[in-house]
Design a protein around this ligand. Structure first.
Ligand SMILES: *Cc1c(COP(=O)(O)O)cnc(C)c1O
Length: 225
């Protein structure tokens, strides 16, 4: 099945209220062009350099979709990232937010960001601690910055765990999201819960995801070229 057809099929299956971000890492511009032609609205990239190349290859086509940074963002790439991305989903704390704010101010823009949460508290993963107080703390710091706006929470679930463990993570994430939205003063602006990938998106939506990030289920297995 082509990527365009796979996208259309999944798009039809999922509630309209759920946004699909297509994770384009290691895909060709032709593959991305195909999903945009099939109606894709949001594309995710993990690396600034790759996003740059992709946008250049796509030309005007690139402006038809929103671009999400879904990989770790190095501070020395922020200026380029601001030119490329509509949303940075991987803000793991105030330090990155402050750096983004400074560059966005220079560019005269306001950047939507998501706070990344390390939901299973894994050592090798970035993200805010998986507690509502910690997330509310980062949110409060971001809300003091005029050129970044926290609009969502994002998590990468732990890999290789049993389904019920993953479900519990998603459920905890939903609880943190709801708690922060309703109890933190800056929480009102949160409107997106980004969680779930190819192997877990249905479960994530069951547990309250409003945005899923899909790669292999649409584009096929990944092979680094
Ligand atoms: C690659 C990637 C995805 C999509 O992964 P699949 O398992 O291929 O769907 C989602 N989110 C992030 C942050 C990724 O890097």
């Amino acid at each position: 099945m082509s990527a365009g057809t796979a996208y259309e099929r999944i798009r039809r299956e999922l509630p309209e209220t759920v946004t699909i971000v297509l994770a384009a890492k290691w895909r060709t511009p032709e593959e991305v062009r195909e999903v945009i032609a099939a109606g894709a609205t949001d594309i995710g990239e993990n690396y600034v350099q790759e996003a740059d190349r992709m946008a250049a290859a796509l030309g005007p086509e690139a402006t038809r979709v929103r671009w999400h940074m879904i990989g770790a963002l190095q501070t020395n790439k922020i200026t380029r990232a601001l030119r490329l991305f509509d949303v940075v989903q991987t803000v793991d704390g105030a330090e990155l937010a402050v750096a983004l704010n400074r560059r966005a101010a220079a560019a005269g823009s306001v950047l939507p960001v998501f706070i990344e949460v390390n939901i299973a508290g894994e050592d090798n993963k970035s993200g805010c601690a998986p507690e509502a107080e910690a997330v509310a703390g980062v949110l409060a710091e971001i809300s003091a910055l005029p050129h970044v706006r926290a609009e969502g929470l994002m998590t990468m679930g732990p890999a290789g765990v049993a389904q019920d463990v993953l479900r519990k993570c998603f459920r905890t994430m939903r609880r943190i999201y709801e708690t922060v939205r309703h109890e933190a003063p800056a929480g009102a602006a949160l409107q997106t819960l980004s969680m779930g990938m190819s192997d877990s998106y249905r479960m994530a939506i069951d547990e309250g995801a409003t945005m899923v990030r899909l790669g292999s289920v649409v584009f096929g297995p990944r092979c680094r070229s």
